[in-house]
Design a protein around this ligand. Sequence first.
Ligand SMILES: NC(=O)c1ccc[n+]([C@@H]2O[C@H](COP(=O)([O-])OP(=O)(O)OC[C@H]3O[C@@H](n4cnc5c(N)ncnc54)[C@H](OP(=O)(O)O)[C@@H]3O)[C@@H](O)[C@H]2O)c1
Length: 290
Amino acid sequence: MKVLITGADGQLGTDLCIALKKHELVPLTIRDGDIADLNFVRGQALKYRPDVIINTASFVRVDDCEDQRELAFRVNSLGARNAALAAQEIHAKLVHISTDYVFGCEDVPRSTPYLEADEPAPCNAYGASKQDGDSHVRALCGDHVIVRSSALFGTAGAMGKGGNFVETMLKLAKEKPELRVVNDQVFSPTYTRDLADKIGQIIETDFKGIIHVTNSGACSWYEFAVEILRQAGLKTPVTPITSAQFPQKAIRPRYSVLGHGVLHQLGMDDLRPWQEALADYLIKKGHISG
Ligand SMILES: NC(=O)c1ccc[n+]([C@@H]2O[C@H](COP(=O)([O-])OP(=O)(O)OC[C@H]3O[C@@H](n4cnc5c(N)ncnc54)[C@H](OP(=O)(O)O)[C@@H]3O)[C@@H](O)[C@H]2O)c1
């Protein structure tokens, strides 16, 4: 298959290029053009005529999305609309990457994993812009797959974010006498290598619709930090704090674990537990030896 990947130098885009290397790849980055420019996106689709377009291009800095709401909607909503229109025009499958942050602000607080069919209720501008993008994809492209994932860490790091949570914790643990980390937001950390492999399997099926793909298990940022330091052999103490003690511009979901109902319906295996994926990541990055 010919597969066009947007955001190809991002965390997930980089690992997609590795996981899908048996296919003919067209990797596009922001230096090739802007996903929010319909002429650019259509032009690339018509030039390369891929069988599959995977749209990972996104404005992912959650707090900055609050101040730059217009930019967030341009990239995350208009960009998704453009990818959907282009895919539909050339009869390609569109795999669009979305997020657990489309959930989290329901009237009744959630404590069980979200299902693919659950109604989105985003807490912040990033989540709202991604939800808007998902709606365009569903409305405009018949052959679409919306992959929702969460808390990504990948060896390339998210350039827009200047790294990822794992790297931030390792750096701070070496610089500071103590870390204070939020313990009241629960989610499933996900290694982009594992996510990319699963997307590789999904594009070989006829599945259309929304699918949740995360590593197995769930934790808070505090629990994630404790495990990162434990595996890296760092002894810096970590203290759990509340979201109220660590104010951020964007409100975050208290719980955004994604259930894997559709993955199971398709007869596909769960991804490995996030702790095993983290160990693999730390080895690949050279933080620990294998
Ligand atoms: N990161 C997470 O924790 C997380 C969680 C759940 C879902 N997701 C979703 O997963 C996908 C991939 O995320 P990621 O962590 O791999 O992010 P990433 O590393 O920041 O990759 C996103 C890519 O999109 C590019 N991009 C930004 N604006 C663009 C534009 N206007 N036109 C074209 N390209 C543009 C970025 O380029 P620059 O870096 O040069 O700006 C980057 O290469 C996104 O759809 C995101 O919403 C992420």
